[in-house]
Design a binder for this molecule. Sequence first.
Ligand SMILES: C[S@@+](CC[C@H](N)C(=O)[O-])C[C@H]1O[C@@H](n2cnc3c(N)ncnc32)[C@H](O)[C@@H]1O
Length: 347
Amino acid sequence: MNYIGSKFSLIDFLKQSITDTLIQNNEIRTPNKMVFADLFAGTGIVSGSFKSMGYSIIANDIQYYSYIISKHMIENNGNLNKERSDYLIEKLNNIEGIEGFIYNNYSFEGTIGQEFRRMYFSAENAKKCDAIRSEIEKWKQSNYIKENEYYFLLGSLINSIDKYANTASVYGAYLKKLKKSAQKTMVLSALPIMIGEVDCKVYNKDISHLIKEVSGDILYLDPPYNARQYCANYHILETIAKNDNPIIRGKTGLRDYNEQKSVFCIKNKVEKAFENLIKSAKFKYIFLSYNNEGLMKLDTIKNIMCKYGKYSVYTQEYRRFKADNERINKADSTLEYLHCLVKFSNG
Ligand SMILES: C[S@@+](CC[C@H](N)C(=O)[O-])C[C@H]1O[C@@H](n2cnc3c(N)ncnc32)[C@H](O)[C@@H]1O
């Protein structure tokens, strides 16, 4: 998924820096004896990679679409039958489209006669998405599929439909003409099934609450860096995940997202929220990903972290996330930081 702040291209840097920190601190436990928490999980790419290394994972995100994807990627531990999973995906790929919530609100044909004509998906893909979403729910309610299969199928739908969205990248706006990828017929592709022997748990909570309930060894923090709220930028994925036919408003058909607004996107609130996390965290090793253009200045982060233990930092140049329409103007790279803290035992 093309996700704001995705760490897909930084995985090797993160793994190397985290492993180096553990070695420097004479950590002798092997990954399978340690708990790794990724509490701003997004696409789940970081937790997934550490799961493959053998760590037990705690993953979390305030967005429900992210929770669904992580429920599959993180909690499904080889307990899915590959042949049956392929069969279910094929069955869903062959069903007839229906005119449901996505078609009626987010396709040009479906919004005829409405105040706003929206073009987030082709009519064909919107109908296909509606039909697949509705079938997955029916299968769950009739016990035709098990819970782990539900997360696998729904996560696969969220991940697939995103590739056919008629946007520059996020759902804050749609393009006026259907772009090439949006004209293609959506193919539902299966998310990978990650085999692991480890215990994993996924949450869908505000981290400021969850941090008091969980504990472990390594805490990885990857909060939003700027004022762009994920709830507004991925509102349609949230609606597909929740299947709750919300009241929507305005040109872009936004659902109400007051409950999911993140303090980490608010300039005058982020520092306090960040310090509270560090203070409350019951983890020995804490890592924070942040870049040089974020709401919190580097010195602020350093000063906060230094209060609670031994601080260090790794840096890496990084190609910035850009929407299609930003590709020409913005500078190509930013500096990505991984701030590390080995917490005092009483810190
Ligand atoms: C930078 S992204 C994480 C990207 C992720 N590491 C990846 O590689 O895909 C930040 C994530 O934090 C989530 N988030 C923002 N505020 C949150 C909060 N208060 N509690 C939990 N999750 C939050 C957002 O929904 C978003 O998915």
